[in-house]
Unconditional design. Sequence first.
Length: 306
Amino acid sequence: MKNAVEAAQFNPVAKQASIGIDEIQHVFSVDVEEWFQVGAFENSLSRSDWSDLESRVVIQTEKILSLLERTNVKATFFCLGWVAEREPELIKKISDHGHEVACHGMDHRRLYQMDADTFYQDILHSKALLEKASGQTVYGYRAPSFSMSENTWDYYPRMIEAGFKYSSSVFPGKTDHYGMPSAPRLPFYPLSDESIIEVPMTVSRFGSLSLPASGGGYFRLLPSFLSKALMTRAFTQTNGSTIFYMHPWEVDPEQPRVTDAPFLSKFRHYSRQNVMEEKLEVILKSQPFTRMDHMLNAQYRIEMGN
Ligand SMILES: [Zn+2]
């Protein structure tokens, strides 16, 4: 373990997939969490309130499953252990629809809110719950709020120890909440060997400015043509797969309202939820998308069993 931790220095080198551009597939991913577990409301709703709030994750995720079925896309679902514990049938349903089940930690604690040992227990527990519910072996991990940073680089060996083969936890730019501008834009091996690969989120560069081109709130808030232009620009800049992500609560205009949250948080959370499904359908039909494990296998020759 000591050598692995010593090797966990931030010195990443991006790895270009050794395949032709025509074979590139993009990744569609969903971070499965409840509407009240988002960073935007963490100062308005406490964790102790969670069990009293209306659960909407099943109805929301089912909308996404139908959308993916209509557009014939298989995706990766990074699910909270918290959801697997309460709604194991939803996790099974995701798996039965042919999607990859991956891990988003237990209860959306960011990496810097846990020490390395607590983090290890968190990923072991959530991985076990997800595997039990889905019947799949879970290989992928995504840190809540893309909270991987230079300070938590020594968490990668713990991911390997827990059985993960890839992580998608880095945002290679800067937003007001997260980001790691020095990180590579293409998948890279964060340690000195190839035992785990990191798949960063997609950004589009304008000089030193990096704009998210990977879904999330930006995708929902911007008009479709701008979202598509950001994704196309990112692709032409890197020749790498676009990594797209979204949340189940983004397709649910009926969800309860948190009235006492800051204006900007409410604006980001609630805006344009009524057009999200339509926008997603356009994007899903505009380019080939697949599961993250399948992309890593096809483009980086990483073997995973599912
Ligand atoms: Zn999340």
